[in-house]
Write a protein of this length. Sequence first.
Length: 569
Amino acid sequence: MSQKLRSQQWFGKKGKDGFIYRAWMKNQGVPDHEFAGKPVIGICNTWSELTPCNAHFRELAQSVKNGIYEAGGFPVEFPVMSLGETLMKPTAMLYRNLASMDVEESIRANPLDGVVLLCGCDKTTPSLVMGACSVDIPSIVVSGGPMLTGKYEGKDIGTSDIWRFSEANRMGTMSDEALSLSEACMCRSRGHCAVMGTASTMACMVESLGLTLPTNAAIPAADSRRKVLAHLSGMRIVDMVKEDLKPSDILTREAFENAIKVNAAIGGSTNFVLHLLAIAGRIGIDLNLDDIDRLSADIPLLANLQPSGQYFMEDFYYAGGVPVITQMLGEQLQNCITANGKGIRENAKEACCYNEQVISSLDKPFKPQSGIAVLKGNLCENGAIIKPSAASASLMQHTGKAVVFEDIEDYKARIDDPDLDVDEDSILVLKNVGPVGYPGMPEVGNMGLPKKMLEKGLVDMVRISDGRMSGTGFGTVILHVSPEAAAGGVLGLVRQGDIIELDVPGRSLQLKVSEEELQRRRSEQKPNHPEFDRGYVRLYQQYVEQAHLGADMAFLRGKSGSKVSRDSH
Ligand code: FES
Ligand code: MG
């Protein structure tokens, strides 16, 4: 096998070149036999103290290493750009494509035969998977795991409570002291957000795509079994190299269809749409928004997890996790091959649901409606999305007058203004928060309600934007409007008082303004978003695709493969 190993094109060489490749590695205390034809496995690590959700990854990497050694591989850990959701401005999403380029080029340029992707916080999963797909050497994902459930004043809390607490604080029903106390209660252990937010959604996505060992998604970060999974994944990648089991073998169209169905059943984040489409674009699978709507339409919501339900990822793990969902969906899923070499349904054969409160069944689902509905209409010609399970049933068909905010600063300046022209039926419209317009498409789509309306006891209103929403967010929030305002979308032409008609069952979103009037407004329209003239952000603004395509950069679609390039010296 050593003849076929990529790494042997470095370490298997005689003379000056081989000397250089090996000698500098030896300064780390690596003995000769590590270079003698063992599979070299990269551990692609997103550890960073600026990504708190991934701050325990050095320990996790050690468990992976132990497994690789045990199976006869040679592990080499390397860092890549780490995207922390909470600290990065203007939004970690702006850098997802950049991190994916880092991952892709780091893997391809180095003597690696296989790679373990250590993923945690929201964007770290798609960026690593996108990059690995564009190289397509054997790859396995190990997620960092969710935090333990937060505990505050005897109650279970998680990230979704930030939205509730901050509204309570704005209303004066929660004091500043109480709010500050709740901070440490929410994030009380290592790991990523403990609800079915984007990080958990991504962990479930990679498990349902088949890129991980079974049960990867839900084991809490603090649970010792997380390390066991990391160890076993390290062992398994060595065999994956021997079997030459690559992402393109696992990520078939059927695997994407499975992931869409599982995402519906767990009430996964709306960000799933962007990341799944981007991954499909890298591996060369033709997938679009309509597939996501169609395939999730008949799947009920099985998991009772926040933000769509009540429980947390810890509860999900104890109830049996993704394998139980897989088993319950049964024949609706195809038995696609997964990282352990077995079919996904075969892996779930022994699964058992230990808590029907947390994971319900197809006969008695937690909610009949789930998934992600894709809307079309003159306001979103290429589509917009809404997550019905996290929205208000009473607003699924709704007509109201637009209250328009030109950008996020405009929203912040006026939302609590007592003179804001808004009523109970109004629809809040936020422009210029799309991929190009912000830039980077931040999670501001679930904008808070006007104080005036909160005081009237209103808890939800229809909100529309070209931005995203945190996977932990909820409400009747229409997101990812494409084309975005900054790319000439009709969203940019909406004016205060225009009538908007939403019909989720009919999958339609219409601005009730005549085509002549829209043409007139278009001729008066001036760009109203920042434009960058240097660096990565310039590249991003120039090449980023719209949300309905996954917001990857056009030139990153597809793969360059794993061919070893020309010599360096
Ligand atoms: Fe990292 Fe929520 S902030 S997962
Ligand atoms: Mg997020």
